[in-house]
Design a protein around this ligand. Structure first.
Ligand code: AVI
Length: 323
């Protein structure tokens, strides 16, 4: 086979356009939730994290504030020097508690946050080093795996990888396995992965977190249509689509859709996309796992599951896996 490269490989706008159009050509239609996060989307996600129904952030924050010693010991923070690499660091709210603890306990490490947003990396570099005196930090702006390769080039120290927030849940199970396999292939023996999973629990609790009364999650989904309107000169009538959320307690899949309220056509630059009344666009999965399924994923992707640290309700776990 010959490798083909297209404009989409280099130009983010072109990639956005081709992934959106490809998804809308599929049957069923599909949009990618990684595109939720434009400026408005970032703001809506902040609002989601502050909603009473959205328990995930509170649960993981409880682990990072209440169980620092357990986390530090599990990642073997005091054994030998290491690099603490965080995939998708964001504002590092959760990890900063661990960082502060590690610095106070004189652990020998460098924090290497990876984020796709250059802005976030520079803000982190400014804020964290002043908030946590003594913190050594090297920010890496770019895609996860490219930056992980770079981290391995910069330093040969043992790596501890953080992948928090239940972000793994936004992958289909198969994709999550592929992701862990790809991650594993970039790590060395004794490297550690600390990865957050939202657990299967009362289905009403889960559904409420994604189907909030105030409609913020609905706006979060609909905002992608607005983004397409703005960036691809499209004409989605956002009031002609309605958010619909499901949770299947057997598979653990929590999925969001936008349902077309009428027969309608949408123009995206020079293309036309037709929707039937009641046709769904599949928007996002937030996959929930059992503790057993988390261990199985570790083993099947070449890791050794060492420990699961959960919040007091037992709703969320940070799993610690060793290569
Ligand atoms: C970022 N991610 C873990 C969130 C989740 O819970 O799946 C995104 C989200 N979608 C709707 N609400 C929150």
């Amino acid at each position: 086979t010959t490798a083909t490269t297209s404009l989409a490989d280099y130009d983010p706008h072109h990639k956005f356009k081709s992934e959106i159009l490809d998804g809308l050509k599929e049957e069923p239609k599909h949009l990618l939730s990684k595109y939720f996060y434009d400026k408005k989307g970032d703001d809506l996600f902040q609002q989601i994290m502050n909603m009473p129904e959205y328990y995930l952030t509170d649960c993981e924050l409880e682990i990072f504030t209440g169980k620092k010693r357990e986390l530090a010991n599990a990642i073997r923070a005091f054994d030998e020097p290491f690099d603490l690499v965080e995939l998708g660091a964001g504002d590092a709210t959760k990890s900063s508690h661990l960082l502060e603890y590690l610095v106070k306990q004189n652990a020998d490490f460098t924090y290497m946050p990876i984020d796709i947003s250059a802005n976030i990396i520079s803000v982190l570099e400014e804020n964290l080093t002043s908030e946590i005196p003594g913190l050594k930090m090297t920010g890496l702006n770019g895609e996860y795996f490219e930056m992980l390769d770079k981290a391995n080039k910069i330093s040969s120290r043992r790596k501890v990888i953080l992948f928090l927030g239940g972000n793994i849940g936004n992958m289909e199970i198969e994709e999550a396995y592929q992701f862990c396999n790809a991650l594993k292939s970039r790590l060395n023996p004794d490297d550690i992965l600390l990865i957050g999973f939202d657990l299967k629990k009362n289905p009403h609790t889960i559904l409420a977190a994604y189907n909030d009364k105030a409609g913020i999650t609905a706006s979060f989904n609909l905002n992608l249509l607005d983004r397409i309107n703005e960036e691809l000169d499209a004409d989605f009538k956002t009031n002609q689509f309605k958010h619909y959320q499901t949770y299947d307690p057997l598979s653990g899949a929590c999925r969001s859709y936008l349902i077309s309220l009428e027969d309608q056509s949408v123009h995206i630059e020079e293309k036309e996309v037709n929707f039937k009344a009641n046709e769904a666009i599949y928007m996002e999965i937030s996959q929930k796992y059992s503790e057993k399924e988390v261990d199985i994923m570790a083993r099947k992707t070449g890791f050794k599951p060492l420990k699961q640290i959960s919040d007091t309700k037992g709703w969320f776990v940070d799993a610690i896996w060793k290569v």
